[in-house]
Design a protein around this ligand. Structure first.
Ligand SMILES: C[S@@+](CC[C@H](N)C(=O)[O-])C[C@H]1O[C@@H](n2cnc3c(N)ncnc32)[C@H](O)[C@@H]1O
Length: 276
């Protein structure tokens, strides 16, 4: 297998930490792999399924995947024009403040922008403020891999070879038409462990407990139809009670999303599933 296939962007909630645990529970056989909250795609790019449907509500992220799939060479050429300089960084970052200017960018330019920002921003994390604007400061890296040619080429090849369908909608919509033999891995924004660790920077929409319940209802529907699902979340009382009827495995994960250094230790997460 090609080990150049790996996440193209660093994403909040990336699953690389606990991937070996997740893999233990992924069924050996399934028809299509579904990932309705794909984010950076750590699990997708690790297991490299032969057929897949991926989705995320984040438009810029999904546009990037589509461009990587369909126009990798144009993307690489456009990325070569970007520079790891502070003033330039803020010019590119600020593009989403002016709707007219932003709308005039091509899909390739938008994809290059988000990729460039992800490689050069502080901590390398995609984060938007409540108005949906990218608000991470310049990262001051010595030599960031802005062009990332090898990975973009490898990921592009994989997305085409495996005929990966790329959707940009809500998670419920993303599994419409799913067949019984398919398999779904859900990695939603996590239920916050405490109020202070509450992190709602994924998208304008936010993901509260009502959303967690809506996701659980979808899991129930899939379960009734005999579709297998695996779901990650934090190990809060709320989540453990919500998924009471299913198999729940605790896993330990190192997390660094909290800005306070002392809170970067190991925390317990859960893996929920509806099959043996
Ligand atoms: C925990 S992250 C996924 C992390 C990913 N598995 C990884 O390895 O990088 C959750 C993702 O859910 C997306 N999201 C939030 N609300 C959503 C919704 N209603 N439908 C679909 N995706 C949503 C966010 O944009 C974010 O990328």
């Amino acid at each position: 297998m090609d080990n150049s296939i790996k996440p193209i962007v660093k994403w909040v909630g990336g699953k690389r930490q606990i991937i070996s645990n997740i893999k233990k529970y992924i069924p050996k056989k399934y028809s299509t792999y579904y990932e309705p909250f794909v984010g950076g795609g750590a699990v997708l790019f690790d297991i490299k399924p032969q057929k897949a449907v991926i989705n995320d509500v984040n438009e810029e992220l999904i546009n990037l995947y589509k461009v990587v799939k369909e126009k990798p060479d144009e993307l690489i050429d456009t990325l070569k024009k970007h520079k790891n300089e502070q003033e330039y960084y803020y010019q590119i970052r600020e593009l989403d403040r002016d709707k007219e200017k932003f709308d005039s960018l091509s899909d390739v330019e938008r994809a290059a922008r988000i990729h460039f920002l992800n490689k050069t921003c502080y901590n390398g994390m995609f984060r938007v403020n409540s108005s949906g604007e990218f608000n991470v400061p310049f990262g001051r890296y010595k030599n960031p891999d802005i062009v990332n040619k090898k990975t973009i080429k490898a990921v592009s090849k994989f997305l085409n070879k495996s005929n990966v369908k790329i959707r940009n909608c809500d998670f419920e919509e993303a599994v419409k038409g799913i067949r019984k033999e398919a398999f779904v891995y859900f990695d939603p924004p996590y239920d916050p462990i405490s109020d202070s660790s509450s992190f709602t920077g994924y998208d304008k929409s936010g993901f509260d407990r009502e959303e967690q319940k809506r996701l659980k209802n979808l899991c129930d529907k899939l379960n009734k139809r005999g579709v297998r699902f695996l779901l990650s979340n934090s190990s809060t009382k709320f989540i453990r009670e919500l998924y009471n009827d299913y198999k729940i495995e605790p896993v330990m994960a190192k997390r660094a999303i909290n800005s306070k250094a002392d809170k970067r230790g190991e925390i317990e997460e859960v893996l929920v599933r509806n099959y043996e």
